[in-house]
Design a protein. Structure first.
Length: 255
């Protein structure tokens, strides 16, 4: 596909200062976005007057605490670009992010592109979030055990392919990003990592991003239950061991 367009979908929930920074990073792209769709599911409505001004920007008011998965899905439904680039409200992109994604799409024809993650404070690549993969089957194998580096801010999906899935699963409270990618790969989509598409990932605990242990347990358990029939015996054993470890951590912290 030559010259594909990119719709940016940003779910937000009561983080106006972070949201302004996220939107500013999109407007600073060397390759302009086709549109920027903010899906607001906070208790307090987003004040559009406090956001950077752009004719490409639209704010959609959803039900309060609608959930990040449903907010992303709503934004995806309303999007009109060839690809959907998701961005969380407390992260940002380097100025060349979309340009790098465009070059990757044109070179590979992939339906899924994953960017790379830098610590937003130190600028260093985040270890454990940059896993390489050799084609679709290898990525599937990785996803069934761990997250190879797919988060809400570095995932770009061809809109036509997204429409063939149920979108982000709202019942999977963590790991919903890799669950979507697994669903897309299972339908034959190809994925590639854009080596020069960098996300400034807020990983310093300054905001309410940190997922509590109970939520991690719930998300991994639901992912396991949903996809266990696609897992090998080794995959199932690995996931069960990880769940036991998380539950023990939770128990010790409560003790």
């Amino acid at each position: 596909m030559l010259n594909p367009t990119f719709s940016v979908v940003i779910p937000t929930c009561d983080r106006p200062e972070y949201l302004r920074e996220a939107v500013s990073s999109v407007l600073a792209q060397t390759l302009p976005a086709h549109e920027i769709i903010i899906v607001d599911n906070g208790r307090e409505a987003v004040d559009s007057a406090q956001l950077p001004v752009s004719e490409k920007l639209q704010v959609i008011r959803a039900l309060p605490r609608f959930g990040v998965a449903q907010a992303r899905n709503l934004g995806a439904i309303l999007s009109t670009g060839d690809y959907i680039a998701f961005l969380d409200d407390d992260d940002g992109w380097d100025a060349g992010y979309l340009q790098s994604v465009l070059l990757t799409v044109e070179e590979s024809g992939a339906e899924i592109v994953l960017g790379r993650l830098r610590d937003g404070k130190t600028g260093t690549p985040i270890s454990g979030k940059q896993a390489s993969f050799n084609g679709r089957d290898d990525l599937i194998r990785q996803i069934l055990r761990r997250n190879p580096g797919a988060v809400g801010s570095n995932t770009i999906v061809k809109r036509a392919c997204f429409a063939e899935t149920a979108g982000f699963d709202p019942l999977i409270t963590t790991n919903e990003d890799k669950a979507l990618i697994f669903d897309l790969l299972s339908k034959g989509a190809q994925a590639v990592r854009a080596q020069d598409a960098w996300v400034q990932f807020r990983n310093d605990g300054e905001g309410p991003r940190l997922t509590d242990l109970h939520k991690r347990i719930e998300g991994r358990d639901r992912f396991f239950r949903k996809y266990r029939h696609q897992m090998s015996t080794g995959d199932r054993l690995f996931n069960m061991i990880q769940l036991v470890r998380l539950r023990l951590q939770h128990w010790f912290r409560r003790s």
